[in-house]
Design a protein around this ligand. Structure first.
Ligand code: DC
Length: 233
């Protein structure tokens, strides 16, 4: 079972990472968050002054640093919690990469072909011996031969409300309209970029969780694992 590769793709705020983390724990396989890699590259670019306020990227400078090996991104296991977290040049970046300035810039970094190649290489290095990985192009580009592909969707207004609830829980404020606008903007960028845009792989199973609870989704998955692999989940 350890060599199984499960690819989960979908729009932002569809609950991919919570779903993937729980599956990883239940199956005892590695969970890898590909979006975190793009976020870490964005953090590097911001720290280096390569992104302007209007999201223009100094691509030449970023490429030179990536090529020179100046950007070291790793998934490191925390011995106390047993969880994997991302590091940038040796420093823990797990909290920093989730902050708003990173979320606001990452789509612009993720459209750059040499960045996608850089991240793809890392994802292969970490994942090829078995994992569950979530992102936008895992089943279509990173692991086109994954054993199981799931494409998650949900109504944009429902995703915006979920995001708003998460933000409120962290003490951040925003209006529903603002968040919905951001959700729609990211959907558009993710699904319209030239290289490896978000789309459902032909052999992916679609999971629309607009009106599903977390338990409903786990039950759905249990059925799939039983039918496909004979696994009692
Ligand atoms: O899932 P997330 O919000 O952490 O992803 C961050 C960004 O990275 C998002 O704009 C889409 C992009 N991304 C991507 O282009 N390809 C992936 N496989 C994963 C994320």
């Amino acid at each position: 079972m350890h060599n199984i590769i499960i690819a989960i793709d979908g729009f932002s705020s569809t609950g991919k990472s919570s779903f993937a983390k729980l599956i990883a724990a239940r199956l005892g396989i590695l969970y890898l968050d590909s979006g975190a890699m793009y976020r870490a590259v964005t953090l590097y670019a911001l720290n280096s002054g390569y992104i302007t306020a209007d999201h223009t990227i100094d691509e030449a400078a970023l490429k030179a640093d990536l090529d020179a090996g100046k950007v070291e991104i790793a998934f490191v296991r925390n011995e106390e919690t047993g969880k994997y977290g991302i590091t940038l040049n040796g420093a823990d970046a797990e909290t920093r990469i989730r902050q708003l300035d990173i979320s606001g810039n990452v789509s612009y970094i993720a459209v750059i072909p040499f960045v996608r190649n850089f991240v793809d290489n890392l994802l292969h290095r970490y994942g090829e011996n078995g994992c569950i990985m979530d992102g936008r192009d895992i089943g279509t580009a990173v692991f086109p031969n994954a054993d199981l592909k799931i494409y998650m969707t949900a109504d944009p207004a429902i995703r915006a409300q979920r995001r708003l609830d998460e933000m409120k829980a962290k003490g951040e404020t925003a209006s529903f309209e603002e968040v919905l606008q951001n959700v729609k903007e990211r959907d558009y960028i993710d699904s319209h970029r030239a290289m490896n845009p978000l789309r459902k792989a032909d052999d992916a199973l679609e999971l629309d969780n607009s009106h599903m609870t977390f338990d409903d989704q786990m039950k759905w998955l249990g059925g799939v694992l039983k039918e496909r692999f004979g696994i009692d989940f």
